[in-house]
Design a protein around this ligand. Structure first.
Ligand SMILES: [Zn+2]
Length: 171
């Protein structure tokens, strides 16, 4: 792992940012670089992942059907759009992150995002819907319910590594 300390922070402009770059081999996908940036002054954090090889724009679909699907590897770049049917759509943007995880990790991230979004929510209807989604995710996370996940990535830097995952061209 390479590490660069005391770099300028894009947010607070102080030289308090630490950059790290890590290489990882993802079976059936290839080598990826994981970049991260963290500022000790203002708390700014950002991470992304890039494949060493060029990949074409891609759409991945995967149905989580049980326990064993939770450990399926997922590579998600910051340019990817993640759709979880009936629950949420995560679109790329300035605070979109890239990471290498598994289905369980991805669903937990989504769950935490929903939980954080209702902390200051006053609308009972919005809250109710959010709790329904959290419950659904909890059931999927213990292998009791199915869920369809789609990842669309124009950069091609994303993947769902499973024989069951469907890969298609991104239109
Ligand atoms: Zn900063």
């Amino acid at each position: 792992m390479e590490k660069l300390e005391n770099q300028p922070c894009p947010v607070c402009k102080k030289n308090t940012c630490t950059l790290t770059e890590e290489e990882m081999d993802v079976p059936y996908f290839g080598k990826v670089y994981i970049f991260s940036m963290q500022c000790s002054n203002c708390g700014f954090k950002k991470s992304d992942v890039e494949a060493a090889e060029r990949h074409k724009p891609v759409k991945w679909s995967f149905t989580v059907e049980g326990d064993e699907d939770l450990s399926v590897r997922v590579v998600k770049s910051s340019e990817a759009k993640v759709k979880i049917r009936g629950i949420v759509e995560i679109t790329p943007g300035p605070d979109s992150e890239g990471y290498v995880t598994n289905v369980e990790g991805l669903l937990n991230r989504v769950k935490h995002r929903i939980e954080a979004s209702i902390e200051d929510e006053d609308d009972p209807e919005v809250k109710k819907r959010a709790w329904k989604h959290i419950k659904k995710l909890n059931k999927v996370l213990v292998g009791r319910e199915k869920l369809r996940i789609t990842i669309e990535d124009p950069s091609g830097n994303s993947a769902i590594i499973s024989e069951k995952a469907e890969k298609s061209k991104l239109k």
